[in-house]
Design a protein around this ligand. Structure first.
Ligand code: FCB
Length: 522
C-alpha cells in the first residue's frame, strides 16, 4: 500500500509569532454532509488505533522492565480499582488473531505504539526479544496488506529513566532519540509512517502537573519542563529517523481542544479561552510547526522557568519539517473567567482546562489519590457545561468542533507547510450492554462515529487536507487512570476469557472502510 505524501527535504520551518487567537462560536447548522451518503476522497485511509500499555499485557515477559505506568498503577488510589496493564488484552500473545480481526474490519492501516520499556528496558540497553515482537507484528500486518503506522511513545517511559529525572530532565530527549534510532534501524524499511509522540500534552501536564497520569507528579514547573523536553525529543527523533528511513513519512500526534468563551462579548471570557487554547493547543503547535513558542503563553508562564530551559538551537530542532500531523479529537469546551461550581461538577471537568483529558476522574471509594489542574496557570480558566450530550467519560459530544479544528490547523499551521493531516484518534466510551448472545448493539458509539465522520468531511470540503481517520479504539482496553471501567472499542473484549466480539459500531465501521463512504442514516 502506498501513501502519497509531500516531499520533505526543502521545506523550511517558518519561525514566527503565534497564530492569532480568534474565538468563534460553534456552528450548529446543517451541512451537505449532515445526512445522506457521504463519499470520501479516493485513497482515504481507514484505520483503528491502540497503544502498547493499553493492550499488550506481557508486562514482565521477554525482558520487559517497568515503565512509569507499571509503577503508577501500584500507587493506592491512583488507578480505578487498582487495575494495571500486566495482562490487558493479551495482544502480545494474540497479535495474529488481532490482525485477522483488523482484516475482517477492512482496515487499511493500524496505528500502534511500541513500548520503550520492552525495547530498551533500562533506558540504555537494547533488548532484542522486545524488539522482535514489533518485527513480527509488522510482518503480520504487511502480510495482511494493512499499513503499519508506528508511534514511538504513547506515555510509557522506562522507569529507569524516570529515576534519572524523567521528561523534566533534558537527557530524556537524547535517550528518546537513541530509542528512535534503534527502532528506525530495525523497522525503517518496513514501516511507512512514524509518529514520534502521542499527545505530549498528556505526558507533560497530566503526568507532571496534574498527577492524574504516571508518574503522578504535581508541579507546574515540572510539566512545562517535560513539555519542552518532549518536543526536543520529538525533533531529535525526526532527524534520526529521517536518516534511517528516508522514504518514510514522519510526524507527531497532538491532542486538541476547541475553546469557546462562554460569553464572546465578555473580554475576560475571551481571554480565558485564549489561555486555554494556548496551554492546550498552541504550546505544542507553534514550536513544532512555526519554530517559536506563542508569545502570550511565554508571558503567562514567565514565572515558571520555561524560558530558562530553552537552549540555542532547540526550536530549530523542534520545528524540523514533518510530513504528517496526527490530530486526536474527542471534544472541546466552553470556558469562562469565573467559576460556576454547578456546571463544573455536572461536566466533571476540573478547573484550568476545557480539554477532554482534564476530566479523567475515577471512583471515589477506596484510597484517595489527590490530583490538581493540569493547567500550569489555572486561575481564571473555568470550564462550563453547555448542556450537550455527554459520553461515559463526561465529555461533551461536539462533532462540529472537529470541523473547525481541522480547518484552523490547515489554514494556520499545516497548509502553508504542506503537512498532511490525519485524525489519529476519535471515538467514545459508552456503558455497553452485552446481550444474551454476547453481542453489543452500541448505537450510541455508532452515532458518535457517524457524526464525527460527517464533520470530518465538512472539513475536507472546506479545504482541510485530511488523508485518513483512525477510530479509537480497535478494541476495549486499559483506559489509564480509569482502568478497565471505560470501554472505547469497536470490538468488545471479555477480560475473563480474552474473547473479542465486534460491536455494531465495528460492523458499521467495517462497511465504511470497505466502501470509502459513510452510508445514509437509516
Ligand atoms: C487519548 C489517548 C488514548 C485513549 C483515549 C481515550 O487521550 O491517547 O490512549 O486513552 O484518549
Amino acid at each position: 500500500m502506498t501513501l502519497s505524501m509531500p516531499g520533505t527535504g526543502a521545506r523550511a520551518a517558518a519561525p514566527g509569532t503565534a497564530a492569532p487567537f480568534t474565538p468563534s462560536a460553534p456552528l450548529v447548522r446543517a451541512t451537505p454532509n449532515s445526512s445522506g451518503r457521504v463519499e470520501f476522497p479516493a485513497g482515504f485511509l481507514w484505520g483503528a488505533a491502540t497503544a502498547a500499555y493499553q493492550v499488550e499485557g506481557a508486562g514482565a515477559e521477554d525482558g520487559r522492565l517497568d515503565s512509569i505506568w507499571d509503577v503508577f498503577c501500584r500507587i493506592p488510589g491512583a488507578v480505578h480499582h487498582g487495575d494495571d496493564g500486566m495482562v490487558a488484552c493479551d495482544h502480545y500473545h494474540r497479535y495474529r488473531e488481532d490482525v485477522e480481526l483488523m482484516k475482517s474490519l477492512h482496515l487499511d492501516t493500524y496505528r500502534f505504539s511500541t513500548s520503550w520499556a520492552r525495547v530498551v528496558p533500562d533506558g540504555r540497553t537494547v533488548n532484542p526479544r522486545g524488539l522482535d515482537f514489533y518485527s513480527r507484528l509488522v510482518d503480520e500486518l504487511l502480510e495482511a496488506d494493512i499499513m503499519p503506522w508506528l508511534t514511538l511513545y504513547h506515555w510509557d517511559l522506562p522507569q529507569a529513566l524516570e529515576e534519572q529525572g524523567g521528561w523534566p530532565a533534558r537527557d530524556a530527549a537524547y535517550r528518546f532519540a537513541d530509542y528512535a534510532a534503534v527502532m528506525g534501524d530495525a523497522l525503517g524499511d518496513r514501516v511507512p509512517v512514524w509518529t514520534t509522540l502521542n499527545e505530549p500534552w498528556c505526558s507533560a501536564f497530566l503526568g507532571y502537573t496534574a498527577g492524574v497520569h504516571a508518574p503522578g507528579k504535581k508541579s507546574p514547573e515540572l510539566g512545562l519542563a517535560a513539555a519542552h523536553h518532549l518536543m526536543l525529543g520529538h525533533g531529535l527523533a525526526v532527524e534520526t529517523l529521517r536518516e534511517r528511513a528516508p522514504q518514510a513519512s514522519l510526524g507527531i500526534t497532538l491532542n486538541f481542544t476547541v475553546s469557546d468563551p462562554v460569553d464572546p462579548d465578555n473580554p475576560a471570557d475571551v481571554d480565558a479561552a485564549r489561555r486555554d487554547d494556548g496551554m492546550f493547543n498552541r504550546i505544542f503547535l507553534d514550536p513544532v510547526l512555526r519554530g517559536a513558542y506563542p508569545q502570550d503563553i511565554l508571558v503567562d508562564v514567565a514565572h515558571l522557568g520555561l524560558a530558562e530551559l530553552i537552549e540555542p538551537g532547540d526550536l530549530e530542532i523542534i520545528s524540523t519539517p514533518i510530513d504528517v500531523l496526527g490530530v486526536n479529537y474527542y471534544n472541546g469546551g466552553a470556558v469562562a473567567a469565573t467559576p460556576d461550581p454547578e456546571s463544573a461538577t455536572a461536566s466533571g471537568v476540573p478547573d484550568g482546562t476545557a480539554g477532554p483529558d482534564g476530566a479523567r476522574e475515577h471512583d471515589a471509594t477506596g484510597p484517595v489519590w489527590e490530583t490538581r489542574s493540569p493547567n500550569p496557570v489555572p486561575d481564571g480558566v473555568h470550564p462550563r457545561s453547555r448542556g450537550l450530550p455527554i459520553t461515559d467519560m463526561g465529555w461533551e459530544v461536539q462533532p462540529e468542533g472537529l470541523t473547525r479544528l481541522l480547518v484552523r490547523i490547515q489554514e494556520d499551521y499545516t497548509g502553508p507547510r504542506g503537512t498532511a493531516l490525519f485524525v489519529t484518534e476519535n471515538g467514545a466510551a459508552y456503558p455497553d450492554v452485552v446481550e444474551q448472545d454476547g453481542t453489543v448493539d452500541d448505537q450510541d458509539r455508532l452515532a458518535f462515529l457517524d457524526a464525527h465522520l460527517r464533520a470530518l468531511k465538512d472539513a475536507i470540503d472546506a479545504g482541510a487536507d485530511v488523508r485518513g481517520y483512525f477510530a479509537w479504539s480497535l478494541m476495549d482496553n486499559f483506559e489509564w487512570a480509569l482502568g478497565y471501567a471505560k470501554r472505547f472499542g469497536l470490538t468488545r473484549v471479555d477480560y475473563e476469557t480474552q474473547e473479542r466480539t465486534v460491536k455494531s459500531s465495528g460492523r458499521w465501521y467495517a462497511d465504511v472502510a470497505r466502501d470509502n463512504a459513510v452510508p445514509a442514516r437509516g
